[in-house]
Design a protein. Structure first.
Lengths: 445, 461
C-alpha cells in the first residue's frame, strides 16, 4: 500500500498525515474541496505493521484495504452501532433504541463516504472529483430526505433539510469562529470574503424561493379556496426548484472551472512549504468505488430505520418531531465536518472552515432541497417550498445575521459566540414548540 | 479640585474635561463614550464665591454641592423636581405631575452619568466600565421595573422599544446630520469594527423578539391561546437568559480582551492641542460623597419615575396622545436627552467614534441587558411578560436595525445619512401617533394579548 511520509507537524496532529499547507493547494488542484480537507482531519494514520506480518499477499492487500477504510478514522468506535442497529431491528427491540443506534451509526459512515470520494478524486481528476464531492458531500441528508419522501413524511423532510442549513450556518460556523477566536485571541483573523459572498447571495436566492410560496398562503382573503392556493404553491415550488438546480449547476461551473482561484485556501503558515509530501491515494479506484457503493447502501438502510422510528422516538423521549428533525438529525449528519471545521479554525485557517460550513449550506439549500421536490414530483407526492412561517423566519434571520457577521472579512470570538447563541435560541424555540403531530402536518401541507 | 484651563476649553463654555490626549487617558480610567459625551454638558465650577466662606467643612460641603448640583447646564431643570413633589402632595392635575416629572428626570440622568464617571476614577477602568454599563441606562431600567411592579407590561415594552429606536435613529441621525453639516468639506470616518459588534448583538436581540412573534402567528388556530402563551413565555424567559449571557460576553469583550476596538480614534485634525499642557484628570468629589450622591439621585429618579408611571394614562387621555406614543416617543427622548446632546456635540467636532459609541452602545445595552432583565424581574414577580412586542413594533425595530447597519457599514458618514435616519424616526413616530387604537381593545390579528388584558384590568379597576 502507499507509504505516507510523516512530518513532525502531522505527528503532532495525532497522526493525521494528509495535510500540509502546500499539500492543501495541491490537494485542491486534485479536486479536493474544503469539505474533504476538513474531514481528513479526523483521519488516523494507518498502522500497517501488523498486516505486514500476514504472509499471503492477496489477503494482505485485502486486510490493509479494510483497515484503511474501516479503522482509518477516529470515529471508528462508532461503527459497532451499525450491526447493533440491524440486530435490534430484527429482534424487535423498542424503536427509540433503533433510532438512537442508527443515528450513532450514521456519523462515521458520513465521514467515510467523504474520505472515499476524496480518494476517488485522485483518479478522476480535479473537476470530476469536485463534482463528486459536491454531490456526495451531503449524501446523508439526501438519502434521509428521499426515504422520508417515499414514506410520505413530508414534514420530516422539510424540517431536516431546514435544520441542516441552520446547523451549517449557525452551529458549525459559530463553534468554528468561537473556538478559533479563543485560540487565536492575540491575532487578527482574516478570511477572503469573496467566497463567502458567493455563498450568501445564493442562499438569499434560495430564501426568496422559500418566501414566495409562504406569502402566497397569506393571499387568501376568504375569496380563494384552500385547494387553489395549494395548487399555486405547488406549481411555483416546482418551477422554482428547476431554477434553483440551474443556479446550482452554474455555481459548480463557477467554483470548479472559471473562478477556481476564489476558492483556493489562503496560503498561510507557510513554514511547511519545504516539507514536500507525496499525495497519493491509499486505496485503488475500483475498491474505492465498491466501498462507496457499499457504504451508501448501509447509509440507506440506517436512514430507513431512522425515518421509520422517528415518531416513536419523539413520543418516548418527549421531544417534538420538529425538534428532532431540525436539531438532532443535522447535528449527527454533520458531526464529521463540524469537527473538521473547528480544527481548522483553531489553526487560523478560516477560509477552510467557512468553505465547509457555507458550502454545505449552499449545497443543501440549492441542490438537495430542489432535488427532493423534483423527486417528490416524480413520485406524485405534494411537497412544496413552503416550510412554515416560523421556520422561514428562522432561516431569514440566520442568513442575515451570518451574512452581516462575515461581511468585513475578519473574525473574533464574539462573532462565533453570537452565532452559537442564535442557534441555541432557535433550538429552544423548537423545543418549546410542542404542537401535536397531526396539527403540524396540517399547517405545513 | 483645580482644573487647568486652556483656551480651547474656555471656548467650549468652560468644559475643561475633554482634550484629545485627555480622552485616551480618560479611557484608561474606564470612561466610555457615554461619559465623554455627557461631560460635554458640564460647566466649570466657579469656586471663587466659596473660597470666601471661612469654615473649612462648610466650604467643602458647599463646593461639593455646587459641583454636583450646579455643575451642569441643565441645572435649571432641577427646579422641576421639588415642583413635581409638591404637585403630587397637593394633588394637582395629573398631567401636570407627569410633565414636571419628565422634565425633572432629564438633569438627574445626566448627573448620574457624571457621578458614575467620578466613581470610575477610584475604582479603576474595568469596574468603572462595568459601573457605567449598568448605570448608564438607570432611568430606563428604573422606569421599566416600576411599570412592571404596577403590572403595566405594555408600558414597559413600549418604553424599552422606544429607547432602542431613539438611540438607533434619533440620536444617531441628529449626530450624523449635524456633524455632516458642520464638517461638510471634510471626510468623516469612523472605525466600523466597534459598530459591527453592536449590530450583530442587536440582530441577535431582534431574533429573540421575532421568534415568539412568529410562534404566535404560526400556532394561531392550531393550539389553544393559553398553550401558545405558555410556549411564548418559556421561550422568552430562556431567550432572556441567553441574552444576558451574550451581554456578559460583550462586556468581557469590550472591557478586557478587545479593548482596542473601542478606543476613540486619534483624530489628526484637532491635534493642535497636543503640545499644550494637558489637563490633569482628577475626580472633583470624594468617593464616599460621590457614592452617597449616586444613591440619593437614584432614589429621586425612582420617585419621579413612580409619578411618571402612575400618571401616564391620565396624561395620555388629557393630551389626546396614545399611551404607546408617549411611551415609545416621549419617554425615551427625555431619558436620553443628555447623551443625545453630547453625541451631537462630538459629531460637530468630527469625533464620530464617540457619537457612535454612545448611540449604539446604549441601544445594545437596552436591548441585551435592560429588556431581558425586565423579563426576568417579571418572572420573579410572577408577571407574564414575554418578548413578543407585536408586529408593528417588531417590524419597526427590524427595519431600524437593518437601515442603521447598512448605513454605517462603509465606515464613513455625511449629512445625508443622518437625515435619512432622522426621517425614518419621524415616520415611525408618525405611525405611532396615528395609532389611536384604544388600549383595552385587542388588535385584529394579535393573539394572546396578555399585556393588553392586564392593561384592560387596570382601566376597569
Amino acid at each position: 500500500m502507499a507509504g505516507i511520509v510523516t512530518e513532525p507537524w502531522s505527528v503532532a496532529e495525532n497522526g493525521n498525515a494528509s495535510m500540509t499547507a502546500k499539500g492543501s493547494s495541491r490537494e485542491l488542484r486534485l479536486g479536493r474541496t474544503a469539505h474533504s480537507m476538513s474531514s481528513s482531519s479526523l483521519r488516523k494514520k494507518s498502522d500497517l505493521r501488523v498486516i505486514q506480518k500476514v504472509p499471503y499477499k492477496g489477503l494482505k492487500d485485502f486486510l490493509s484495504n479494510l483497515q484503511e477504510v474501516i479503522l482509518g478514522t477516529k470515529l471508528a468506535i462508532l461503527f459497532p452501532a451499525i450491526p447493533a442497529a440491524i440486530i435490534c431491528t430484527y429482534c424487535g427491540v423498542s424503536q427509540p433504541w433503533i433510532f438512537g443506534l442508527s443515528l450513532l451509526g450514521l456519523t462515521p459512515l458520513a465521514e467515510r463516504v467523504s474520505f472515499l470520494t476524496e480518494q476517488l478524486a485522485f483518479y478522476t481528476g480535479p473537476t470530476l472529483g469536485g463534482l463528486l464531492n459536491a454531490t456526495c458531500g451531503n449524501a446523508t441528508e439526501l438519502i434521509i430526505a428521499i426515504l422520508a419522501l417515499t414514506n410520505n413524511k413530508v414534514a420530516v423532510v422539510k424540517y431536516s433539510l431546514l435544520g441542516s442549513i441552520l446547523s451549517n450556518l449557525l452551529l458549525v460556523l459559530g463553534t468554528s469562529l468561537f473556538c478559533g477566536g479563543i485560540a487565536n485571541i492575540r491575532r487578527e483573523q482574516r478570511f477572503d470574503r469573496k467566497q463567502a459572498d458567493v455563498n450568501f447571495f445564493l442562499l438569499l436566492m434560495g430564501f426568496l424561493c422559500h418566501l414566495l410560496p409562504l406569502l402566497v398562503e397569506y393571499l387568501a382573503n376568504g375569496k380563494t379556496s384552500a385547494a387553489v392556493l395549494s395548487d399555486m404553491q405547488l406549481s411555483i415550488s416546482r418551477g422554482f426548484s428547476i431554477v434553483m438546480l440551474i443556479s446550482y449547476i452554474a455555481y459548480l461551473v463557477f467554483q470548479l472551472w472559471t473562478h477556481r482561484q476564489l476558492f483556493d485556501a489562503q496560503d498561510q503558515e507557510d513554514e511547511y512549504d519545504d516539507d514536500v509530501e507525496q499525495e497519493t491515494a491509499v486505496i485503488s479506484f475500483w475498491s474505492g468505488f465498491v466501498w462507496l457503493v457499499g457504504m451508501t447502501l448501509v447509509i440507506a438502510l440506517l436512514s430507513e430505520y431512522v425515518v421509520a422510528t422517528i415518531e416513536e422516538a419523539s413520543d418516548k423521549w418527549n421531544l417534538s418531531v420538529s425538534f428532532i428533525s431540525i436539531i438532532l438529525l443535522p447535528i449527527v449528519g454533520n458531526a464529521a465536518e463540524h469537527a473538521g471545521a473547528v480544527i481548522f479554525a483553531f489553526k487560523n485557517k478560516l477560509d477552510i472552515s467557512l468553505g465547509v460550513a457555507l458550502g454545505s449550506a449552499t449545497q443543501i439549500g440549492l441542490f438537495v432541497v430542489p432535488l427532493t421536490i423534483v423527486v417528490a414530483w416524480i413520485l406524485g407526492i405534494n411537497m412544496d417550498l413552503n416550510f412554515g412561517l416560523l421556520e422561514t423566519g428562522c432561516l431569514a434571520v440566520s442568513i442575515i445575521i451570518t451574512a452581516f457577521t462575515l461581511q468585513d472579512g475578519s473574525s473574533h470570538y464574539m462573532k462565533g459566540l453570537v452565532l452559537l447563541l442564535c442557534y441555541f435560541i432557535i433550538a429552544i424555540c423548537f423545543f418549546v414548540d410542542k404542537l401535536p403531530q397531526s396539527e403540524e402536518f396540517s399547517h405545513l401541507k | 479640585m483645580g482644573s487647568i484651563v486652556e483656551p480651547w476649553a474656555i471656548a467650549e463654555n468652560g468644559n475643561a474635561n475633554a482634550t484629545a490626549k485627555g480622552l485616551s487617558r480618560e479611557l484608561r480610567h474606564g470612561r466610555t463614550a457615554h461619559n465623554m459625551s455627557s461631560s460635554s454638558l458640564r460647566k466649570k465650577s466657579d469656586l471663587r464665591l466659596i473660597q470666601k466662606v471661612p469654615c473649612k467643612t462648610l466650604k467643602n460641603i458647599l463646593s461639593n454641592l455646587q459641583e454636583v448640583i450646579l455643575g451642569t447646564k441643565l441645572t435649571l431643570l432641577f427646579l422641576a423636581i421639588p415642583l413635581a413633589i409638591l404637585a403630587n402632595s397637593y394633588h394637582y392635575a395629573r398631567p401636570l405631575i407627569f410633565g414636571l416629572s419628565l422634565i425633572g428626570l432629564t438633569p438627574l440622568a445626566e448627573r448620574v452619568s457624571f457621578l458614575t464617571e467620578q466613581l470610575a476614577f477610584y475604582t479603576g477602568p474595568t469596574v468603572g466600565g462595568l459601573l457605567n454599563a449598568t448605570c448608564g441606562n438607570a432611568t430606563e431600567l428604573i422606569i421599566a421595573i416600576l411599570a412592571l411592579a404596577n403590572n403595566k407590561v405594555a408600558v414597559v415594552k413600549y418604553s424599552l422599544l422606544g429607547s432602542i429606536l431613539s438611540n438607533l435613529l434619533l440620536v444617531l441621525g441628529t449626530s450624523l446630520f449635524f456633524g455632516g453639516i458642520a464638517n461638510i468639506r471634510r471626510q468623516q470616518r469612523f472605525d466600523r469594527k466597534q459598530a459591527d459588534v453592536n449590530f450583530f448583538l442587536l440582530l441577535m436581540g431582534l431574533l429573540c423578539h421575532l421568534l415568539p412573534l412568529l410562534l404566535k402567528y404560526a400556532a394561531t388556530g392550531e393550539a389553544s391561546t393559553s398553550m401558545i402563551n405558555k410556549m411564548s413565555l418559556s421561550l422568552s424567559r430562556t431567550s432572556s437568559i441567553v441574552m444576558l449571557v451574550a451581554y456578559i460576553a460583550y462586556l468581557i469583550f469590550q472591557l478586557w480582551t478587545h479593548r482596542q476596538f473601542f478606543e476613540a480614534q486619534e483624530d489628526d485634525d484637532d491635534d493642535a492641542y497636543d503640545d499644550e499642557v494637558t489637563v490633569e484628570e482628577t475626580p472633583v468629589i470624594g468617593f464616599w460623597s460621590g457614592f452617597a450622591w449616586l444613591v440619593g439621585m437614584t432614589i429621586v429618579i425612582a420617585l419621579l419615575s413612580e409619578y411618571v408611571v402612575a400618571t401616564i394614562e391620565d396624561a395620555s387621555d388629557s393630551w389626546g396622545l396614545s399611551v404607546s406614543f408617549i411611551s415609545i416617543i416621549l419617554l425615551p427622548i427625555v431619558g436620553n436627552a443628555a447623551e443625545h446632546a453630547g453625541a451631537i456635540i462630538f459629531a460637530f467636532k468630527n469625533k464620530l467614534d464617540i457619537s457612535l459609541g454612545v448611540a449604539l452602545g446604549s441601544a445594545t445595552q437596552i436591548s441585551l441587558f435592560v429588556v431581558p432583565l425586565s423579563v426576568i424581574v417579571a418572572w420573579i414577580l410572577g408577571i407574564k411578560m414575554d418578548l413578543n412586542f407585536n408586529i408593528l413594533e417588531t417590524s419597526s425595530l427590524a427595519l431600524a436595525i437593518i437601515i442603521t447597519a447598512f448605513t454605517l457599514q462603509d465606515g464613513t458618514s455625511h449629512y445625508m445619512k443622518g437625515l435619512v435616519l432622522l426621517l425614518c424616526y419621524v415616520i415611525i413616530a408618525a405611525c405611532f401617533f396615528v395609532d389611536q387604537i384604544p388600549q383595552h381593545q385587542p388588535n385584529g390579528i394579535d393573539v394572546g394579548l396578555q399585556p393588553m388584558n392586564n392593561l384592560g384590568e387596570v382601566f376597569s379597576a
